[in-house]
Design a protein around this ligand. Structure first.
Ligand code: V47
Ligand code: SF4
Length: 365
């Protein structure tokens, strides 16, 4: 058994070294191998070629404008029905106040996502963007997952394209990568049956990319999906990236089970987190960046991930509700000094970027 796995990795190693694309079988063999150091070394090589020693972070703030959602995804501890205790929807003024807390800090991004609110009008979203842009013209607004965009299009009777065009005109800068979950329909049917299907998620992204918008892509792992589902998910994204080139970064999201309908499942392990990030780096040869969302993996695994093919550690975040509702024990914010220290200690060069990966500051030692 061990010999077979070693042989498989030898072939894969040769492909990676030659810069050849890995197949579905290669991806599965990597997941089936327990040689985490070999996988990590290969991913580190693939990353070194793309990003050298640079590790990116961003000075940002998350705003989760509402937890009211018409869906009840089984992996979600964040969403509430309007009548539930703890349900909230921020007014535009409250959203502005959250952004104003960052004033004077030279932050570069607002990352805004929320539930699929059943009654908020389209104008709520356009006013949110316009008000933020009027007061923070230099700040990039990365907002609304593909699932939210499809919902806004539906409630307002617009096509994906029309909805996106209007949001861009009001200040939308790019789309975050959430809502992709795992594309496998048989898993989606169980864990999030009401959610936008995977092919529609991809269609929203295709439309966004055709308008010149950049976006991220995610995969929620560690619930009911198989390793083959993870590899297929990555290949769907790779195919689409060949077509549009609009994805900036891939972010595997580690499932947190607490307070969800899947609370009998375990948290992901550090090994699974590292392996998934490293395999993502190897499979997604046409993605420039692989991001570890430290909020979900914890700081210690996030730092180790920088030696396993990851070149982006996300950002200061400031306030995060989705993972914390589901049992995340990380803090909700990090200072730039802390991010820089974590990256330096891993032997890498910290680089503050903006949302579109323009360099704001290189921290030379
Ligand atoms: O779409 C929901 C996931 C996503 C849980 O684009 C959960 O840069 C873990 O997409 N355990 C929202 N994950 C967050 C997201 C994101 C985060 C950071 C950066 C970026 C980016 C995107 O969180 C949801 C869903 O896939 N999620 N519940 C949970 N219990
Ligand atoms: Fe709603 Fe998103 Fe939670 Fe699903 S994951 S229930 S769509 S907030």
């Amino acid at each position: 058994m061990t010999t077979v796995l070693q042989t498989d990795l030898t072939k894969i190693a040769a492909k990676v070294e030659a810069g050849e694309r890995l197949s579905f079988d290669d991806g599965l063999a990597l997941f089936e191998s327990d040689d985490i150091f070999a996988i990590g070394r290969l991913a580190a090589l693939a990353n070194q070629r793309k990003n050298g020693d640079r590790v990116y972070f961003i000075h940002n703030r998350h705003i989760n404008y509402s937890n009211v959602c018409k869906n009840t995804c089984k992996f979600c501890a964040f969403s509430k029905k309007e009548e539930d205790t703890g349900a909230y929807t921020m007014t535009i003024d409250e959203i502005m106040d959250k952004a104003r807390e960052m004033k004077g800090s030279d932050f570069s991004e607002l990352h805004i996502v929320g539930g699929l609110h059943p009654t908020l009008p389209f104008e709520y979203y356009t006013e949110m963007l316009r008000s933020l842009k009027a007061e923070f013209p230099e700040v990039h607004i990365q907002a609304f997952t593909a699932v939210e965009i499809a919902h806004l299009a539906e409630v307002s009777g617009r096509s994906y394209r029309e909805a996106l065009e209007e949001l861009v005109a009001c200040g939308l800068g790019s789309l975050p990568g959430g809502g992709a979950e795992v594309f496998a329909p048989e898993v989606r049917d169980v864990v999030c049956p009401e959610k936008l299907p995977g092919n529609k998620w991809l269609e929203v992204m295709r439309t966004a990319h055709s308008l010149g918008l950049k976006s991220n892509a995610t995969m929620l792992y560690g619930h009911l999906e198989s390793k083959a589902d993870r590899v297929r998910h990555m290949i769907h994204l790779r195919d689409m990236q060949d077509e549009t080139g609009g994805f900036q970064t891939f972010i595997p999201l580690a499932f947190h089970p607490k307070n969800t309908q899947l609370s009998d499942l375990h948290f992901t392990t550090g090994l699974d987190d590292l392996k998934t990030l490293a395999i993502a780096r190897l499979m997604l040869d046409n993605f420039d960046h692989i991001k570890v969302f430290w909020i979900m993996t914890g700081l210690k695994v996030a730092q180790l991930a920088l030696l396993f093919g990851v070149d982006d550690i996300d950002g200061t975040v400031v306030e995060e509700k989705i993972t914390h509702a589901a049992g995340a024990e990380t803090s909700e914010c990090l200072t730039i000094d802390e991010l820089v220290r974590l990256i330096r200690e891993a032997g890498k060069t910290p680089v503050e970027r903006d949302t579109l990966y323009n360099v704001r500051k290189v921290y030379v030692s």
